[in-house]
Design a protein around this ligand. Sequence first.
Ligand SMILES: C[S@@+](CC[C@H](N)C(=O)[O-])C[C@H]1O[C@@H](n2cnc3c(N)ncnc32)[C@H](O)[C@@H]1O
Length: 222
Amino acid sequence: MQQVFEGVYKQGKEYYTKNAVPGKKVYGEEIITVNGVGYRHWNAFRSKPAAAFKKGLKNWPLKKNSKVLYLGIAEGTTASHFSDILTRGVIIGVEVSSKPFEKLLLLCEERKNIIPVLADANKPEEYEDIMREAGKVDVVYGDVAQPHQTDVLLKNCEEFLKDDGFFVLMLKTKSIDVTKPVKEIIGREEEKIRKAGFEVVETVLLDPFEKAHACIIGRKSA
Ligand SMILES: C[S@@+](CC[C@H](N)C(=O)[O-])C[C@H]1O[C@@H](n2cnc3c(N)ncnc32)[C@H](O)[C@@H]1O
């Protein structure tokens, strides 16, 4: 096992996180044991960061003590790997739909570093009290798969991201426009990010793991 980012491990071509809840799977992923430690396979077809790693992403911002605001956490498939990484950090996970949220609540019973918030990420005022208590975050992670996904992310970055923090936008281009070429939409969204006063640090396409998706890493412009 080779550590490639803080708390992210690689063996062969596959990525893993150390299981914070020994022996327990979250989404049917494989668990392998190396020197007595259980590692959960991070499936690139089920979770976009693993797809981004496989596509050569270099600027992954999560550290073990990061505070992360997660927009569109759903039932917590990806967040469970973040929970493994953040041994001294916390995830504030926002989800608008009550069905995945119910499953997320079960996950949070076992993983105490995930704070579940049932709210609309397009209305940060719905959870500003929680955020005031938590303080500004190191990372805003956006995966809401909506037409205005970039605006939703930027709005939350403006409100809650530390000046030296990073964002990760998992862009679903087909939610924005099915008729335009993927690269044209990505370029347009990157331009929107820059106009809002942020820098695009790195962009990778996620195909064939997630078709017509991109992972965009950014931060506030100096
Ligand atoms: C692609 S899924 C997220 C998958 C999840 N991030 C993962 O990797 O495990 C998108 C999620 O965003 C949620 N969502 C959509 N619009 C939202 C909004 N305005 N606020 C919060 N969540 C939203 C959806 O209900 C859905 O659960």
